[in-house]
Design a protein around this ligand. Structure first.
Ligand SMILES: C[S@@+](CC[C@H](N)C(=O)[O-])C[C@H]1O[C@@H](n2cnc3c(N)ncnc32)[C@H](O)[C@@H]1O
Length: 272
């Protein structure tokens, strides 16, 4: 492992705003952010009180460098934001910026998304942002897509009823897949566009400034679509397992128009 990565891994171990595989956190995020605000050092997670959140809690999944957690944290001082990713060197970037700029409403969890339910209590999270996740184009990997019902069912365990999910992606295939899931399971679409930065959308009453926050992968245009796709929907229905077979049949018909995965693999070294 490179020296730079080792330095970043060591740094996040000292940061109060990064928790690596934390234990016993469900229900404690409100208290945690209060301690962060007070600039407490060595926050004792075991001693934090379990309480109803006094501020909305927003989660950015597969956050990478955490541009959304940090960008939203800057914009909305009365909400708390958590970026979650496996890669400590990427989290280091967002956590360092939050520390430098005194953003006490921004924190990070280093862990696997598959384990996300271990970190939050029922109804503790208000919104989820998923920004430029790997589209997992191969049909055999569809269950790894972060908007697959398998993941949505995990999110429902801690998202408030009617909680909102935002997906921002350059992948037309992941966008189409997500729209298909939303329609098939009867979830409510709030906004959907296959061209977020089109003049038409930006001049419509649907546009919001927060959509313009740019992430590192957004700039890479890996899917070569030259378009940012965005969908915001409510996780407001049960997601019956029986429909998963139907979903599998529908997506088997999709024509995959991207080469995202091979490009991502080739460019991986440059992106680290
Ligand atoms: C394509 S990058 C996008 C990063 C960032 N959202 C952006 O837009 O720049 C996907 C991110 O997902 C993270 N990731 C992939 N699988 C994960 C998993 N199972 N658990 C946690 N993070 C994961 C990777 O570490 C990576 O940072």
């Amino acid at each position: 492992m490179g020296q730079k990565k080792l330095i970043k891994f060591a740094a996040i171990k000292e940061y109060e705003n990064v928790l690596e595989y934390p234990q016993g956190m469900p229900g404690k995020w409100n208290a945690f952010f209060q301690e962060l605000e007070k600039e407490t050092t060595n926050i004792a997670l075991d001693n934090l009180a379990i309480a109803q959140p006094s501020k909305p809690l927003v989660l950015e999944l597969a956050c990478g460098r955490g541009e959304y957690a940090v960008g939203l944290g800057r914009k909305y001082a009365n909400q708390n934001f958590i970026g979650l990713d496996l890669k400590g060197n990427r989290i280091w970037k967002g956590a360092s910026i939050a520390n430098r700029d005194g953003l006490k409403n921004v924190a990070f969890i280093r862990t696997q998304i598959d384990q996300v339910t271990q970190y939050f209590a029922k109804d503790e999270v208000n919104e989820i942002w998923i920004t430029f996740p790997d589209p997992q184009l191969r049909l055999s990997k569809a269950k790894k897509r972060l908007t697959h019902p398998k993941f949505l069912r995990l999110y429902q365990q801690f998202l408030q009823p009617n909680g909102i999910v935002h997906l921002k992606t350059d992948s037309p295939n992941l966008f189409l897949f997500t729209k298909t899931v939303v329609e098939l399971y009867g979830l409510t679409t709030i906004t959907a566009t296959d061209n977020l930065y089109s003049t038409e959308f930006m001049q419509s009453d649907k546009w919001e400034d927060r959509y313009a926050i740019k992430t590192y992968y957004e700039g890479l245009n890996i899917a070569s679509s030259n378009r940012i796709h965005y969908i915001q929907f409510k996780l407001d229905k049960e997601l019956p397992i029986e429909l998963d077979e139907k979903l599998k049949e529908i997506i088997a018909e999709f024509e995959v128009t991207e080469t995202h995965e091979s490009l991502a693999r080739n460019g991986k070294q440059a992106m680290e």
